[in-house]
Every structure is written in C-alpha cells, then in structure tokens.
Design a protein around this ligand. Structure first.
Ligand code: HEC
Ligand code: HEC
Length: 388
C-alpha cells in the first residue's frame, strides 16, 4: 500500500465518524478576522505589480465574499465532503503539505501535487502543465473531475447551490445574471485573486531598500541564486518579481518519475514531522505524467512543467509537480547534482559547484520569500463559516 493510499484510508476512517461536519466545527472554533480582500487586488503588495484583471469580471466585495463561501463549501462535492479548501488549505500556504499528492473524493488518487493559490491571480496559465488559462474556467475541472469533487454535471452543482438555502440572494447581489455556470467561476476567481502575498523580507530589502530586512546569509543565497542561473527561470524584475518566467521546462523530475528513478530513500510520512523508512516497499507505480505534452500534444513538451513561483515557497512542501522532493534542501541537492541528465533536460540544469554552506544559504534565501500578509489571509479564511 502506498503512503497516499494509507493516508486516504485514514481519512475515510475519520470521515465516516464525522458525517455532520463535527471536524469542521472544530476548525471554525479557531476563529478568524476578515481582511480587506478587495484592497489586496487593487493595491499591489510590495514586490508585486498591478494585477491584470479580466474586463468582464472586475472584482467587488460581494463577489469576493461569495467566492470565499463557495471555496469552503463541502457540499460542492458529490458526496458533500470535499471543499476546495481541503486540498488548498489556508494554514498550509493554500496548498497541502501533508501529502505528496492530494486525496480526492472517497480516497481517490490525484496524480499531481496541489499548488499554492497564493498569487494565483498573476498566473497567465494554470496547472502544472498550463492547460487552463483563466481562473473563471478553471474551477470546473476540480468540481467535475471524478477523482476530485466528482459532481456529475454543471447543472448538478448549480442545483446544489440553489437548494442549499443559505445562498439566497447572494448571487443576485453580486451579479446581474444571478446564479449561472459563469458566475460560480467568476465568484471563485474573485476570491482567489485576492490571495495576494508579497511584502516578504526579500521584497523589503530588494525593492523597499531596507538594508536590515534581509540577513547576510539570505543575501549570499540571493547572490548564488543569480550566479547559478536559478534566476533565469525563477525570474526577478526591476520593479516587481514573480520568481517565475511562466514558461515550461524539463528539469528532469518528470523524466525521473517516468523511468522509475527515485531521488530519495522511500519514507512514509505518518504525520507532519513523523516519517518512517519502511522495511518493505510501499511504492505505488508512478502515475503516467507527461507534463506540458498533455496540454499541447507536441513531443518536445514531454516532461516539461511550468516554472513555479518561489514566493511563499517555504510554506508548501513537498516540492515539484509530483511532490517528490520533501523539503527545500532536497530541491537544492537535486539541482546541485544536475537533475537527471537525459536528452530533453534544460541545459541550465547541470551539476553545480555548491558547498554545504552555499546550499544552506540558498535555502535561507528561499525562506525569505514568505509574504508578511499570509497570516492575514489565513485569519480571513477562518472567519468563513464552514459546513451548514
Ligand atoms: C482533491 C484535491 C483538490 C480539490 C478538491 C481542489 N483542487 Fe485545485 N488543484 C489540485 C491539484 C492536484 C492541482 C494541480 C493539478 C494539475 O496541475 O494538473 C490543483 C490546481 C488548482 C489551480 C491551479 C493553480 C496554479 O497555480 O496553476 C487552481 C486555481 C485551483 N486548483 C483551484 C481550485 C478550486 C477553486 C477548487 C474548488 C472548486 C479546487 N481547486 C479544488 C487539487 C485540488
Ligand atoms: C530551466 C529552468 C529552471 C532553472 C534553471 C531552475 N529552476 Fe527551479 N523549477 C523549474 C521548474 C520547471 C520547476 C517545476 C518542476 C516540476 O514541477 O517538476 C522548478 C521547481 C523548483 C522548486 C519547487 C517549487 C515548488 O513549489 O514545487 C524550487 C524550490 C526551485 N525550483 C528552486 C530552484 C533553484 C534554487 C534553482 C537554482 C539552483 C532553480 N530552481 C533553477 C525551473 C527551473
């Protein structure tokens, strides 16, 4: 049994006893405080540019609030157990740190790591393979996929919302056209655009010119990040930085998975921080994943994945599209070793001369990219009522 199956079974076992949202009520007890979400979109955080907004869906307070309600609503999955927020967990960088790949409805397997939704409003293409381009459209993939929220149709989702009782008037207040397929996407997109997290220690030092904002070690890490070519793909501009070129590259991770090459000793994570190395193999066969090729059908796109932004990266282990690297040091070790050399691998991924101190400095630098504003977003998320 693989680690993710084991975790799935545990989740199902717990879920059976919690049909009436007892667990969610416990989460709700954490409490929270609404944040000025609309201002997150309209006033760029330090280090981030003005966000390009779709002309037909300008953000409003009403749309954002409605989107947040939908985001946390477990009734939007076929068996009323799974919300968007359960794979994009606010406390876990709006990603999922406890599993390499998330568990879908009824414990079903999902082949890729859940990416962070922080700053997702800036992404010109969505998913690890870039197969979707707008947040408005994107929502229907998790809502309808049989291994995620598994709704049988769009109409089914609209009927669920209509019948829910507590949405009365909210769609009408936010949109002239009321509840439609489009407005579900527009509301969820508006909330997600507000998940902006800039203003990190690095931003205050680099863009804010605050000399003491970044430790000497992190500054050395930044220097290495440039001379070792990391910055050529994880780009930084003169006015703002996304730490991505928004392009697709073969770094060897997808190739390694397809060829069954493992980067790490096999560990099974029982709980955060509790890992065991089993004496028998728990390995599942690797999921078939050809990356960008799956979106374009072009053979040269095989095993290419979108360069992820490194903003807030410290919050969202494990790393890479399949969650195969457990922490930032493992990522640095992976690059230092030159990836997994093969014909398609990007030439900039090559063996790097890095001392142990250099590697630590790179990790410290990446940890300095966590936005000060993330805490407010988490508290805001937890001000939402969950379960009804
Ligand atoms: C079962 C877990 C799961 C659920 C539930 C889920 N997601 Fe995701 N989400 C993922 C995974 C995994 C990916 C990456 C998939 C890929 O790249 O093929 C993803 C990707 C995304 C992305 C793209 C992010 C990026 O940087 O490209 C967005 C946006 C998103 N999800 C929003 C949502 C919304 C909104 C909902 C609820 C309607 C939702 N998700 C429900 C697991 C989930
Ligand atoms: C050729 C472009 C390229 C170069 C050079 C590059 N990266 Fe990456 N990086 C990527 C891509 C593409 C991914 C995603 C791979 C995947 O999902 O399988 C990635 C993933 C990562 C991740 C994981 C992020 C996450 O959320 O999973 C980290 C951390 C990272 N790179 C840091 C670095 C560092 C540090 C360097 C320099 C030593 C570097 N990168 C050099 C393109 C690059």
């Amino acid at each position: 049994m693989s680690a993710s199956r084991l975790a799935a079974l545990l989740l199902i076992a717990c879920g059976a006893a919690a049909q009436n949202y007892e667990n969610s009520r416990a989460v709700e007890a954490i409490g929270g405080e609404p944040a000025a979400l609309l201002a997150n979109i309209t006033t760029p955080a330090l280090g981030l540019p003005a966000m390009q907004l779709p002309a037909d869906n300008p953000p409003t307070e009403a749309k954002i609030a409605l989107g947040r309600k939908l985001f946390f609503d477990r009734r939007l999955s076929f068996n009323r157990t799974l919300s968007c927020a359960m794979c994009h967990i606010p406390e876990q960088g709006f990603a999922q740190v406890e599993l390499q790949t998330p568990v879908g409805i009824e414990g079903r397997f999902v082949k890729r790591n859940a990416p962070t939704l922080l700053n997702v409003g800036y992404r010109p293409s969505l998913f690890h393979d870039g197969r979707e381009s707008t947040l408005e459209q994107q929502v229907w993939q998790p809502l309808l996929k049989t291994n995620e929220m598994a709704n049988p149709s769009i109409g089914f989702v609209l009927a669920t919302i209509r019948k829910a009782g507590d949405y009365g008037g909210l769609f009408e207040a936010a949109f002239d056209q009321g509840l439609t397929m489009e407005t579900v996407g527009m509301a969820l997109a508006s909330y997600q655009r507000a998940l902006v997290a800039g203003d990190s220690a690095f931003d205050r030092w680099y863009f804010g010119k605050q000399n003491d904002a970044l430790s000497a070690e992190a500054q050395r890490g930044w220097m290495l990040f440039q001379v070792k070519d990391c910055v050529r793909c994880h780009q930084v501009g003169t006015q703002a930085a996304h730490f991505t070129d928004e392009q697709f590259h073969d770094t060897g991770i997808g190739y390694a998975a397809s060829m069954g090459i493992r980067q790490q000793a096999e560990t099974v994570r029982l709980a955060p921080g509790v890992e065991v190395v089993p004496t028998v193999s728990f390995a599942r066969p690797e999921a078939n994943d050809l990356g960008r090729y799956e979106a374009t059908g072009h053979s040269e796109d095989r095993w290419k994945y979108r360069t992820p932004s490194l903003r807030n990266v410290a919050l969202t282990p494990p790393y890479m599209h399949n969650g195969s690297l457990p922490d930032l040091m493992a990522v640095v070790e992976y690059y230092a070793a030159g990836g997994v050399p093969h014909a398609g691998q990007d030439g900039r991924v090559r063996p790097l001369a890095l001392t142990d101190a250099d590697k630590r400095a790179l990790v410290v630098f990446m940890k300095s990219l966590t936005g000060q504003d993330v805490r407010d977003l988490v508290r805001d998320a937890r001000s939402e009522r969950i379960g009804n």
